[in-house]
Design a protein around this ligand. Structure first.
Ligand SMILES: *Cc1c(COP(=O)(O)O)cnc(C)c1O
Length: 382
């Protein structure tokens, strides 16, 4: 059996042709494909605005900047995520405060967040960064209620979750990134994620003011508009804030567009792979997370929990199956330790980490490959 990774991109001839076409065109960066990709992506997640960014980490950084995170800002997030969800607060000099996870769905536990908020005077915290971990959408309606009580913003890290949805209390379908409850939502187009641009990211929002800020911050804080040009000349621009070069290139956006064409198909395949795993692991020592039916899980990852996880990880590698661990709790990483965060402070996250392992999950995983993975895992768990 050839090597089976935990995730991989799905590139076909259409993707290749789309990139080559742009390489032969006038614009390699900031051409027509950027706005086209933004428009199509906004449509896909049902948001008003979308801003293409060079990668998901830069997108998180710009969110923190646009929301005014600075020295003295306290922002709450989950320890079970990729470090970037927390790092974006540190880039701006803010303080990261971790709240533990709910062991049922591995998402930031809203009750733990409420406890934190209640324990300090109002105004202590500035925002919350919940993460749609593995593709399981956070109930942002509940987070919005809590955030409004304490005047907080919400940046949803949906890097795992394009296409994920839940049903709100009114019976409406809420898509991750549709801007109903989150102020800003971040996506990543790293090759292991649903849509691959090589590197790439997107921020979606329904807030025009934040949208304008992000558009300026993405390109040095420079704005160019008719008013300035009419007054001073066609060359004129102004730099209104200290921004960055966090642009996504035109050929990456062209790839994003053809990738987006296949997103629904890929999501359906991910769900079908998950449902097969769910079935075969039921009643075994392999613990799965099966969401209730009103949850539209996007399955970036298929995580199981098992005793002797390290041994399984090793056994699978011997069989050419490259399962992965998501994630080492962020508060236990060396940098965060050096900042005073302590192991033992997030018992649910730490207990989850001891047993978790992400099995292969990507649209081009064949039925035979999945069957092979299942046989190896079940042989171990007997
Ligand atoms: C991938 C990822 C990021 C960062 O995205 P990049 O595009 O790799 O910079 C942030 N948060 C989460 C949860 C991710 O999985």
């Amino acid at each position: 059996m050839k090597a089976i990774p935990y995730g991989r991109q799905n590139i076909d001839q259409k993707d290749i042709d789309a990139v080559v076409e742009i390489l032969k065109s006038d614009y390699l960066t900031t051409g027509p494909k950027v706005a086209e990709f933004e428009t199509l992506f906004a449509k896909y997640v049902n948001s008003k605005y979308a801003v293409a960014i060079s990668n998901g980490t830069a997108a998180l950084h710009l969110c923190a900047l646009a929301l005014g995170v600075n020295k003295g800002s306290k922002v709450i997030t989950t320890p079970i995520t990729f470090a970037a969800s927390a790092n974006c607060v540190r880039y701006c000099g803010g303080e990261v405060v971790f709240a533990d996870i709910d062991p049922e769905n591995i998402l930031l536990d809203i009750d733990k967040v409420r406890e934190l908020l209640e324990a300090s005077p109002k105004g202590t915290y500035q925002g919350i960064i919940p993460v749609d971990f593995a593709g399981y959408p956070v109930n942002t309606e509940e987070f919005r209620k809590l955030a409004d009580e304490y005047d907080l913003w919400i940046v949803e890290d949906a890097c795992h979750a394009p296409g994920a949805s839940f049903i709100n209390s009114k019976g409406d379908k809420i898509l991750s990134g549709d801007g109903t409850y989150s102020d800003l939502t971040v996506f990543s187009f790293h090759p292991v994620k649903h849509i691959a641009c090589g590197e790439g990211g997107m921020i979606t929002t329904n807030n025009k003011d934040l949208y304008d800020k992000l558009m300026a911050l993405r390109t040095h804080g420079i704005v160019k508009n008719n008013e300035i040009m009419e007054e001073k000349g066609g060359w004129a621009y102004d730099m209104v804030t200290l921004g960055y070069n966090y642009r996504l290139t035109d050929f990456q956006c062209a790839l994003g567009i053809t990738q987006l064409d296949k997103a629904d198909q890929g999501l359906a395949r991910r769900r079908s792979i998950a449902s097969r795993y769910d079935q075969v692991f039921e009643g075994t020592k392999v613990k799965t997370i099966i969401p209730p039916t009103q949850i539209g899980h996007a399955y970036h990852l298929y995580v199981v929990q098992i005793d002797n996880r390290k041994e399984l990880y090793q056994k699978l590698r011997e069989k050419n199956i490259y399962a992965q661990i998501h994630y080492i709790p962020v508060h236990t990483l060396g940098y965060y330790n050096s900042q005073g965060y302590k192991k033992g402070s997030m018992p649910n996250a730490e207990a989850y980490y001891e047993k978790c392992i992400s099995l292969p999950m990507y649209p081009s995983l064949t039925d035979e490959e999945q069957q092979y993975v299942i046989e190896q895992v079940l042989a171990f768990a007997k």
